[in-house]
Design a protein around this ligand. Structure first.
Ligand SMILES: [Zn+2]
Length: 153
């Protein structure tokens, strides 16, 4: 079910690929390139942080540490985007945007690994895989059966 390496992304043009070297999310992109989901935690109290969250809500620390987390979660909310941005979005069809609540406690907005116009139901289990956007891998949701989420692969 993984997209072939080097195939163009189904949704976005490759030019939108971020410049990883100068991006504060570089640790996440580097992890994604290895097929690992890497997200920030507070260095002091280990609270899961939002991407680019400068200050911990729990203890006020300004430092974060990036760690590999389990690439599993559930759909917190989802919507279908009907506005296509010419030059940015490769397709004319609507596409899903999903707010995934990860088992690690993080929340991450992403689309699906493969093109679909079906909205994902709230609480549906998902596995996080990676889309290739130019030379960058970015997290993308893959619906799973509940049993599959628990299985070790
Ligand atoms: Zn903290």
């Amino acid at each position: 079910m993984t997209a072939p390496q080097n195939a163009p992304d189904w949704l976005l043009h490759d030019e939108l690929s971020p410049d990883v070297d100068n991006d504060p999310l570089a640790p996440m992109y580097e992890g994604s390139a290895r097929g690992e989901l890497v997200l920030p935690f507070c260095t002091s109290c280990l609270l899961p942080l939002d991407l680019e969250q400068p200050v911990c809500d729990g203890c006020g620390s300004l430092e974060c540490v990036w760690r590999v987390v389990a690439p599993v979660g559930t759909v917190h909310s989802s919507t279908v985007m009907h506005r296509a941005e010419p030059g940015l979005v490769r397709i004319d069809d609507p596409y899903p945007i999903i707010d995934v609540e990860l088992a690690s406690g993080h929340r991450l907005i992403m689309t699906t690994l493969e093109s679909t116009q079906l909205p994902l139901p709230i609480d549906a289990p998902v596995r996080v895989a990676f889309r290739n956007l130019g030379k960058i891998a970015v997290p993308a949701a893959q619906p799973t059966a509940p049993a599959e989420t628990e299985a070790s692969s």
